[in-house]
Design a protein around this ligand. Structure first.
Ligand SMILES: [Zn+2]
Length: 263
């Protein structure tokens, strides 16, 4: 069981009626994910639904030759594992904690039972699933059309919107996996963003220096992504800006330690 205050830190759960949130809180269990931790590996079945509170999870499609690319980022605006409510067949998807933090989990069978009982959950699942489909379609098109620098700006903004900190703990190696491009290309693009004063990168920590510049450089997909998830409505944009006191301490990754976590 978790407290209602804890449960309400997830935007999807917070949008449900109070009585239903109280019922769900009894069935929820807190978990924490470390930076870079693989939450679900390719081929594993989903047995739980996870609602991020402070962690951010990257969902990556993995090909047989191990090439992978991110198709969704999920933070406290959403949930992981909703697809298992429809079908539990395992797929070529890896879920990685892009940024470590806390989350709540509930057994998939319990959530499925609630899904059939509660119209509010059905509406929430339908809306969020639609948003995810829209975002995945956008990601496919964006990857084909927009320049790497534009996509990198979009990615940085999307991560920061879900983060308690303006510092993103990430290596170029990991970013190359998420963006589906060579590491050298990431290094060159990140160097350009740094020279233009948008970000600062040092020892596995990417710090956002100028959000307005990042937004002006990002492709249209960033703003479209906000609309797809109704993030403007929920005021998730800018993450925890203005309440930094609640932000967890940020510790930069050690490059050598991180290399063993790269996938
Ligand atoms: Zn784009």
């Amino acid at each position: 069981m978790v407290s209602l205050n804890e449960l309400d830190r997830n935007e999807l759960l917070f949008a449900l009626p109070l009585e239903l949130r109280q019922k769900l809180a009894v069935r929820m269990e807190p978990i924490s994910l470390a930076d870079g931790e693989i939450f679900r590996e390719v081929g594993e079945r989903s047995s739980e639904i996870v609602f991020p509170l402070t962690c951010i999870v990257s969902m990556d499609y993995v090909l047989k030759d191990s090439f992978s690319a991110e198709f969704l980022i999920v933070g406290r605006e959403g949930a992981i594992g909703f697809e298992s409510l429809f079908d539990q067949r395992p797929g070529p998807v890896r879920m990685v904690a892009l940024q470590g933090g806390n989350a709540l989990r509930i057994n998939r069978d319990e959530m499925r039972r609630r899904f059939f009982e509660e119209q509010a959950i059905q509406e929430s699942v339908f809306q969020y699933t639609y948003s995810q489909i829209r975002l995945m379609a956008q990601t496919v098109t964006c990857n084909c059309r927009h320049r790497l620098e534009q996509r990198m700006c979009r990615w940085i903004l999307s991560v920061q919107d879900r983060s308690p900190s303006r510092v993103i703990k990430i290596t170029h190696e990991m970013m190359s996996h998420f963006l589906g491009v060579r590491r050298e290309a990431v290094t060159n693009a990140a160097g350009r963003l740094q020279r233009d004063g948008m970000v600062e990168y040092s020892r596995g920590c990417l710090t956002v220096l100028n959000r307005d510049l990042l937004e002006s450089e990002a492709c249209e997909c960033y703003q479209e992504g906000l609309d797809a998830l109704n993030l403007r409505k929920h005021n998730l944009q800018y993450g925890y800006r203005g309440c930094e006191k609640s932000a967890p301490e940020v510790s930069c990754w050690n490059r050598s330690a991180n290399s063993s976590k790269d996938h």
